[in-house]
Design a protein around this ligand. Structure first.
Ligand code: 13P
Length: 300
């Protein structure tokens, strides 16, 4: 199955490809099983911060785990956030990471240069797009500020960020960005926030985020490429449904599965028990929330 085709078909059919993060390797098996059992098409993904700050170990380790549990026609392997400047504001040598992901068999990659200015973001994304396209895989980029990962959280309340559209993706910038960077999918800032990962915040319930549906529709019309929603956990169901209809074709979900896994491990310290919790929650998410059940024939 081809990642670019699956996401494009999702866009054309008003559907979404969910992408589930794997901060702990044992989560991968139940997530893959849940995707297949819901007859869905979804990505299994890992971000650099999940091998730096959680227990994924490395992108190669997740690729190896994926090799054991992937289900043909249902699962895809994606490399999530490789930041150019990371959440601690440190520079990252990103091209070698992308090369390693290509060598390990990732079917799509994300470069996140959104902490740079527009020109810098275009240049970094372009260099990754050239590499990835030469290997025949698509690239996701980010434009705008999807907050939440920063170690030091901004003190502006969410309601104010949303009301003032702070850091949201501007249509004119996005138009230039997509043309010049050659990215295939664009992660947009339209109201969602990433689940916090700082150790003092990571167990908290996420604030319920809203989405600017009108901005999503404007971006989709101007760009005509699949849009990606990060921070997919904890958004009201109605916003998700309307967001997908307006042009979101991939949704990243991390916290919704990470927290049940961590809670279960704290409760019993039993990997199989924690896996069962992840499996059940993942099925629920796909069935009740991401509305992709029985979509495999359309997307794969
Ligand atoms: P959540 O943890 O908020 O679901 O966000 C995940 C994400 O966007 C990973 O890129």
């Amino acid at each position: 199955m081809n990642a670019k085709t699956a996401v494009r078909k999702a866009l054309e059919n008003g559907l979404v490809v969910p992408a589930f993060n794997i901060p702990y390797p044992p989560m991968l098996k139940p997530v893959a099983q849940a995707i297949a059992d819901e007859n869905s098409v979804a990505m299994i993904q890992v971000a650099r911060l999940e091998w730096e700050k959680f227990e994924s170990v490395s992108l190669e380790n997740i690729a190896e785990e994926y090799g054991k549990y992937a289900v043909e026609g249902h699962t895809l392997l994606h490399l999530d956030h490789v930041p150019v400047i990371d959440e601690d504001h440190l520079e990252v040598d990103y091209l070698p990471i992308i090369r390693r992901a290509i060598a390990a068999g990732y079917q799509s990659v994300m470069i996140d240069a959104s902490r740079l200015d527009l020109d810098g973001n275009i240049a970094a994304t372009r260099s990754v797009a050239d590499l990835a396209h030469a290997a025949g895989i698509p690239v996701e980029a980010e434009l705008g500020a999807v907050m939440g990962h920063e170690t030091s959280q901004a003190s502006i309340p969410y309601e104010e960020i949303f009301a003032r559209r702070l850091g949201f993706t501007e249509v004119d910038d996005a138009l230039r960005f997509v043309k010049e960077s050659a990215c295939d999918w664009l992660s947009v800032a339209v109201g969602s926030v990433h689940g916090a990962i700082a150790s003092n915040l990571k167990d908290q319930k996420k604030p319920a985020a809203k989405l600017d549906i009108e901005r999503i529709a404007q971006l989709r019309e101007a760009l005509d490429i699949p849009l990606v929603l990060h921070g997919g956990s904890g958004i009201e169901n109605d916003y998700i449904v309307r967001g997908i209809r307006a042009g979101i074709a991939k949704i990243n979900v991390g916290t919704e599965l990470r927290q049940p896994y961590e809670r279960a491990m704290r409760e019993k310290n039993d990997v199989e028990y924690a896996r069962e919790k992840v499996y059940l929650r993942c099925r629920e998410l796909i069935r009740d929330f991401l509305r992709t059940a029985n979509d495999a024939p359309i997307l794969s």
